[in-house]
Write a protein that binds this ligand. Sequence first.
Ligand SMILES: Cc1cc2nc3c(=O)[nH]c(=O)nc-3n(C[C@H](O)[C@H](O)[C@H](O)COP(=O)(O)OP(=O)(O)OC[C@H]3O[C@@H](n4cnc5c(N)ncnc54)[C@H](O)[C@@H]3O)c2cc1C
Length: 432
Amino acid sequence: MSSIAEVDWKTPHLWRKTVAARTAAPSLSGEVETDLLVIGGGLTGLGTALGAIEAGLKVMLLEGNEIGSAASGRNNGQVVPHHSKSSPSEIEAAFGSTVGTRYNEMIKGSAAYLFDTIRRFGIEAHAVQNGWLQPCHSDAALARGKAVYEEWKARGHEVEWLDGAEASRVTGSRYLGALKARNGGHINPFGLVTGLAAALEGLGVTIFENSRAESLTREGPLWRVTCKGGTVRARKVVLATNALTRDIWPKLGKAMVPFRVYDAATQPIPEPLRAQIFVGNVGVSDTRRDIRAFHYDCDFRIVTGGTHTLWHNAEQRGLRRIQRMLEDAFPQLGPLAKVDNYWEGSFAVVPDRKPRLFRLGDGLMFGGVYSGRGVAASFSLGRHLGENAAEVLSDDQMPLPVTPIRTVPSHWVATQVANHIHPYHRIRDSLD
Ligand SMILES: Cc1cc2nc3c(=O)[nH]c(=O)nc-3n(C[C@H](O)[C@H](O)[C@H](O)COP(=O)(O)OP(=O)(O)OC[C@H]3O[C@@H](n4cnc5c(N)ncnc54)[C@H](O)[C@@H]3O)c2cc1C
């Protein structure tokens, strides 16, 4: 493993195997000019491109590897219209009432926006919008879960509360209660991003793949971005580079911590068991610190995910541990708890778990950092970034505070702590 953020993105994984292959767009060569250049072809970048082209801009997008190579194409696939850790009132307290309300509204509508876009472009993303559940594993989580449910309900979110018996019946595992967001669900992330890229090309966005932006400098009224094969001059640039940001802009890489996680999947689960586990084909991510997240893929494999403490030979050492977790959560699976698909990825986190919008210069913005809950949020935030580049929305009208770069204090230490705290989380969970 070369670094926490970098995975071998060419490794075949489940999501790639179950949708049609896509031929990569050409890499950048020569000199081109555009209104907006988006750097990064994950969900933030693709969402930005969609927002901007629909607002009338000429848009180009540079992806350093291939579309779907990073978190957006290899995540667990849960489409979650809910914050990472915060409640709506905590968001309003942190951002102030105006921006906090705007951000809550964005998150509330983020799953619907994603699923509507999938339907609009006929994207083959195995989209299932049957709801997303956050079941509670402890009394403390139950009290908080109920309070969060009440807060969302008061803000008009399509949420419901399941008591312990119903949460256990629907998930097939023992829980004390659950928040259900009716408009959430799950997708095949690789199908989603490759389908979005095709849809954007159809709308006129020019995408260059295998085109890593290596430098970003000001040249008169324009930004000049160079790759190995060529140069783009652009009036506006949006950096949507997330955990793979590295050193494209001073200090930006230090504004977030890369965090490595794995995903894994079982063989297809037959019908009699499917009537007991994830009834209604819902997505599930529970309240544990060592989170248990599951849903079915298009062939009814259980897809799950999590983190390890040591990443050396993690697949060989981890498979047995993942199997034990599945056996514990779903004893009814018996020998079907065996996992035989495994892959890894990285996302960006910050200690306060709140996404970032950084104004880096005139016409230059960074957006991202979803702390593990980015599938729905990133695509919606991207739309706002695109509209901001098109000057439909000013910085003051964005759904998050727009600030200068805020680096994570003691970045190296924070990275080590985030990536090695897993045993502590397991102990805390077992004491709950
Ligand atoms: C294994 C895993 C499971 C997850 N599960 C879930 C889940 O179930 N639900 C959920 O909500 N969230 C989940 N997440 C988080 C979610 O996937 C991310 O928050 C989200 O995809 C981030 O999107 P992004 O576009 O900002 O970043 P990314 O998808 O990381 O995209 C950034 C892109 O920028 C490119 N790039 C970087 N630097 C350059 C450069 N200099 N030039 C050109 N291109 C560049 C990269 O190659 C990359 O493709 C998961 C993440 C992982 C890794």
